[in-house]
Design a protein around this ligand. Structure first.
Ligand SMILES: Nc1ncnc2c1ncn2[C@@H]1O[C@H](COP(=O)(O)OP(=O)(O)O)[C@@H](O)[C@H]1O
Ligand SMILES: Cc1ncc(COP(=O)(O)O)c(N)n1
Length: 327
């Protein structure tokens, strides 16, 4: 098994993630994010991930970007009024089980979202504090970062990458899994919410995702690093899938295991989508968010990728994983 789970002690947590809806309905997840016309990152990745994880996505656009995995050529920020109007339109129409927040772009938009959250009071808030695209463009105004940090402090779960976690905790860039976990622990002890400590940016064979929560043992979900160019939007994708599974009522260990394992397969199957034009040097491309659906469809022309073995079956709504915990 390339994925394993170390459960927290039962009942240790009282976070919003634990209070997520257990209704027997499809979870409705609001995603507040910027766009990516190549479909790899931002709201496109969020929508695909939420649906792939069994939810229904309600997308709010904070900024329209002209970007691909190599560069961002234009960013048009939405005004705070437009962001607020989109949120109000959803609130008067739809059930909201969870909110996942990605790129906000400006301090005004961070404030508009924070204000709406304090009125709407969704059951579950997950913040991915997006700072910079993989292609190297800042996606948040530097003066807005303290506002993003405040939003993170008010969330139930945050999913910073190693760079963002160092910024949030005023630390130097982590080099090891222990560094990342220590920084996450420092944050969670100060703010009392959950940090998903990610290790995708480290030089390690395993891309372990840790659920770090104050007063509890960490949950570690180990996956093997995949040598693939299909790594566009991995952070958006993990955060959206995790939000959806938590909103569906999965226990934290199960939700993080499902999201991590499904993401691992989405990366492994990404290159066979064959979306990007051949370039030198090769550019990164999208992963296949619907690899598990495609597997059930007749497509004999598509070569099967080599997925590092062994791997877990992807099943929604079945019992707890072997080695997994439900708490
Ligand atoms: N090469 C890879 N192989 C397997 N999983 C990966 C790889 N790169 C990223 N991931 C997965 O994507 C998650 C998010 O990636 P990471 O690079 O840490 O964050 P971000 O995309 O926000 O910068 C990781 O926690 C890991 O689960
Ligand atoms: C709108 C938006 N949100 C998030 C990302 C980060 O994704 P990546 O790290 O793959 O560049 C992005 N590029 N664009």
């Amino acid at each position: 098994m390339h994925t394993s789970v170390r459960p927290l002690s039962p009942g240790a947590s009282t976070s919003g993630a634990q209070r997520a809806s257990h209704r027997n309905t499809v979870p409705c997840v609001v995603t507040i994010a910027g766009t990516d016309p190549t479909g790899g990152a931002g709201s496109a990745a969020d929508i695909k991930s939420i649906h792939a994880a069994g939810g229904y996505a309600l997308p709010v656009t904070t900024a329209v970007l002209a970007q691909n995995s190599s560069r961002v050529t234009h960013i048009e920020h939405m005004s705070a009024a437009v962001v607020r109007a989109q949120l109000d339109a959803i609130a008067e129409h739809a059930r909201i089980d969870a909110v996942k927040i990605g790129m906000l772009g400006t301090a005004e938009n961070v404030q508009a979202v924070a204000e709406w959250l304090s009125e709407a009071r969704p059951q579950l808030i997950v913040v991915d504090p997006v700072m910079i695209s993989s292609s190297g463009t800042a996606l948040i105004a530097p003066e807005a970062f303290p506002e993003v940090a405040a939003l993170c402090a008010a969330a139930d779960v945050i999913t910073p990458n190693a760079l963002e976690l160092a910024e949030l905790t005023d630390s130097s860039h982590a080099e090891t899994h222990i560094d990342v976990c220590n920084q996450a622990r420092a944050w969670t002890e100060r703010h009392g919410n959950v940090v998903i400590a990610k290790t995708g940016h480290l030089d390690s064979e395993q891309t372990t995702n840790y659920w770090i929560e104050s007063g509890a043992e960490p949950i570690a979900i180990h996956t093997q690093r995949v040598e693939s160019s299909a790594t566009q939007g991995t952070g958006c994708t993990l955060a959206s899938a995790l939000t959806t599974r938590l909103a569906a009522g999965d226990a934290p260990a199960r939700a993080l295991a499902w999201a991590s394992d499904w993401l691992h397969h989405a990366i492994s199957h990404g290159e066979r989508l064959d979306v990007t034009l051949g370039q030198d040097p090769p550019v990164s491309g999208p992963m296949d968010h619907f690899h598990h659906v495609r597997a059930a469809m007749p497509q004999p022309h598509m070569p099967q990728p080599q997925v590092p073995q062994p791997h877990l079956p992807l099943q929604l709504g079945s019992g707890a994983r072997k080695g997994g915990g439900s708490r």
